[in-house]
Design a protein around this ligand. Structure first.
Ligand SMILES: Nc1ncnc2c1ncn2[C@@H]1O[C@H](COP(=O)(O)OP(=O)(O)OP(=O)(O)O)[C@@H](O)[C@H]1O
Length: 346
């Protein structure tokens, strides 16, 4: 099997002795041609990891290898420009006084003129901006500037692209469109990329694999659907989409919970913590009685927040339904489950 194009081993970084480490023994690999998203809440260490990869910080422990070459250890670091990494920043960081052509040619100064021209034309065509070479950044829309930044980063044919929250400056509609476009361009060019984001939907739609971080540690890695369906713990379950966390008592493949007996993702005995996604609960003619606390209509679906009636401990449930459901605030309905509950802690 081919070696990973990016390999991070046991990487740690602490900014000050009085603070917990910003990054603690992180292991992460990106395969050639793979799109990976690094996802986590604010302050979890995403930017720190990116800065260590790019060569803007020095690790305390561990190493970074790009295409089999070690580029950073605590003792020895290659300079950023020698790491064969491309970076697309949140604010694009285009040179305002240079035309699109010159922005894209910036990293190609070592190439002979004719080759440089050909490569610039090639990447501008790849991002669909072949007719914009003579414009300046301020004459472009946000989405177009983003594509210029991408073309500039791709031009020197980096081994891996690091994308630092690249869509966060775009408004919602443009963000989705640009994200799809950038993904298409990266797949078409066979690029390998690590996208840093705190946006779950962005990570899930963009990446083939997610790396979920919390407090400087990697919590779980896997394909978006696999992580969504089988989160390893309560943090991952709640961070990647909404979920209901329920206590229960397991007896083999079933657990007794405040919403009734639930089928389990794996057998367990005794006290368990379970995750049940809102779309796995349905309003039915029979089931656990709930009172509707709030109802949010979102066009294509509805989100209900409900309180279980008659439970010993207060129990609030989130339920997702299709766009048509008559239950209103204050109504009593009945919920039943339509899927297995995921065992998080047994
Ligand atoms: N230069 C620095 N000096 C001291 N502490 C820092 C420095 N940079 C980051 N930190 C701390 O390290 C931790 C991780 O920060 P980091 O910026 O890597 O997180 P992040 O996941 O990128 O957050 P965000 O999504 O808000 O950008 C935080 O507690 C932060 O306060």
């Amino acid at each position: 099997m081919e070696a990973p194009v990016l390999a991070v081993r046991h990487l740690s970084k602490r900014y000050s002795a009085s603070q917990p480490p910003a990054l603690h023994r992180v292991d992460l690999e990106v395969a050639r041609g793979e799109l990976v998203a690094l996802l986590g809440p604010s302050g979890c260490g995403k930017t720190t990891l990116l800065r260590l990869l790019a060569g803007f910080e020095v690790p305390d422990e561990g190493e970074v290898a790009v295409a089999g070459t070690v580029v950073a250890t605590p003792e020895r670091q290659l300079p950023p420009e020698a790491r064969r990494l491309g970076v697309v920043f949140q604010d694009y960081a285009l040179f305002p006084h240079l035309s699109v052509l010159h922005n894209v040619a910036f990293g190609l100064r070592a190439l002979p003129r004719r080759q440089r021209r050909a490569r610039v034309e090639e990447v501008l065509a790849l991002v669909g901006l072949q007719d914009f070479g003579h414009r300046y950044p301020h004459q472009l829309s946000g989405g177009q500037q983003q594509r210029v930044a991408l073309a500039r980063a791709l031009a020197p044919e980096p081994e891996v692209l690091l994308l630092d929250e690249p869509f966060s400056n775009l408004d919602a509609a443009l963000r989705e469109e640009t994200r799809g476009e950038v993904r298409r361009i990266l797949k078409a060019s066979g690029a390998s990329a690590l996208l840093v984001t705190h946006d779950q939907e962005e990570a899930m739609t963009f990446a083939e694999r997610l790396a979920i971080m919390r407090q400087g540690r990697l919590e779980q890695m896997g394909a978006p659907e696999a992580v969504y369906r089988a989160p390893r713990n309560a943090f991952v379950a709640s961070f990647l989409g909404a979920t209901n966390l329920l206590q229960g008592i397991a007896e083999g493949s079933v657990a007794h919970t405040p919403v009734g007996p639930l089928e389990l993702s794996r057998p367990a005995q005794g006290p368990v913590l379970l995750s049940l996604r809102p779309e796995c609960l349905q309003f039915c003619a029979r089931g656990a009685p709930v009172r509707v606390l709030s109802r949010a209509f979102k066009g294509h679906d509805l989100t209900y927040t409900c309180q279980l009636v008659g439970a010993q401990e207060p129990c609030v449930l989130t339920v997702h339904t299709g766009p048509v459901c008559p239950l209103r605030e204050g109504d009593v309905g009945y919920v039943a489950t339509a899927a297995e509950a995921v065992v998080l802690e047994a």
